[in-house]
Design a protein around this ligand. Structure first.
Ligand code: KMH
Ligand code: ZN
Length: 281
């Protein structure tokens, strides 16, 4: 009888983001207590990594270093999740503030591989800035997650690795962010094209579909053997006309989808190994 093959599944939760107002979505976890509560629920449901944007006392996005450090500490005290800080911030954040995020010493950080139109705004990622983030992350042992919003970003990742070398632990993890108005569409065809173009050095990849592309992208990612990112940063509707309600529900759905193709959620210690981080903090 053939042996049953069970592969693991990295589920990243991106619970908050920087682009949704609390007033438009009161369930969005914007306070530290709400974020920690969400993180605990999502870890219990099967998430292994949390992608974090921080808000200020008025629930607005902030890159205040004190708040970032406090958030990293609180998440480490309350969960085992791999803590990834966004260096993308909001579309309005200056590059120097985004680089300074690394001073909060997260386990992981996002690095976007190029500038992209972002709805009516521009998400700015000039090449020298991308190189600075990559260099500083490696110097500090922070594992990057390369965010790829477009096929050009996939090619740019190959260029970065060729010119500037591999990240910490020689692991290259990236996330296809699909369906942003201005980036690649959230379709199975686009995902297949992007995956086919990934540099050979890539050791793991996930995908996320923004808004109504969430399910299409998740199913295409699983069909191609990828990992999943879910969360209210990317998706505010669970189904047409049905608000998400909580990040936990999205993680639970990812676990269920993965289970259909015999994938089991990766525990945080396995995520650390996969990202080339020391297992013990
Ligand atoms: N808020 C977006 C403009 C990231 O976290 O690295 C950028 C973003 C990507 O969310
Ligand atoms: Zn983000």
């Amino acid at each position: 009888m053939a042996e049953t093959v069970v592969d693991d599944l990295l589920i990243t939760v991106a619970p908050t983001g920087a682009e949704t107002a609390k007033s438009d979505c009161p369930e969005l976890p914007t306070t530290l207590d709400e974020l920690v509560g969400t993180a605990k629920e999502c870890e219990a449901a099967g998430a292994g990594l949390i992608h974090v944007h921080v808000r200020d006392a008025d629930h607005r996005p902030t890159l205040d270093l004190g708040r970032l450090r406090e958030t990293v500490t609180a998440l480490r005290e309350s969960t085992s999740l791999v803590v990834q800080l966004s260096t993308g911030g909001s579309v309005h954040d200056p590059l120097e503030d985004r680089l300074r995020v690394l001073d909060a010493a997260p386990d992981s950080c996002s690095i976007t591989l190029g500038t992209v139109n972002f709805g009516d705004d521009v998400f700015l990622n000039p090449w020298p800035f991308v190189r600075d983030l990559h260099r500083v992350a490696r110097e500090r042992g922070i594992a990057p997650e390369f965010e790829l919003f477009d096929l050009g970003h996939v090619a740019a990742l190959g260029r970065l690795l060729a010119t500037d070398g591999l990240p910490v632990g020689d692991r290259v993890h990236c996330d296809l962010v699909m369906g942003v108005p201005g980036g690649m569409p959230g379709t199975a065809d686009a995902l297949v094209a992007a995956v086919a173009a990934l540099p050979a050095a890539v050791t793991s990849w996930s995908a996320t579909g923004i808004g109504r592309t969430a399910m299409t992208v998740a199913m295409a990612a699983l069909a191609k053997g990828g990992h999943l990112r879910v969360g209210m940063e990317d998706t505010l509707s669970f189904a047409p006309g049905e608000p998400v309600g909580s990040n936990r529900r999205l993680v639970e759905r990812a676990v269920a989808l993965g289970g259909l193709v015999h994938r089991v959620p990766m525990a945080p210690h396995r995520v650390r190994e996969a990202l080339g981080l020391a297992v013990q903090r």
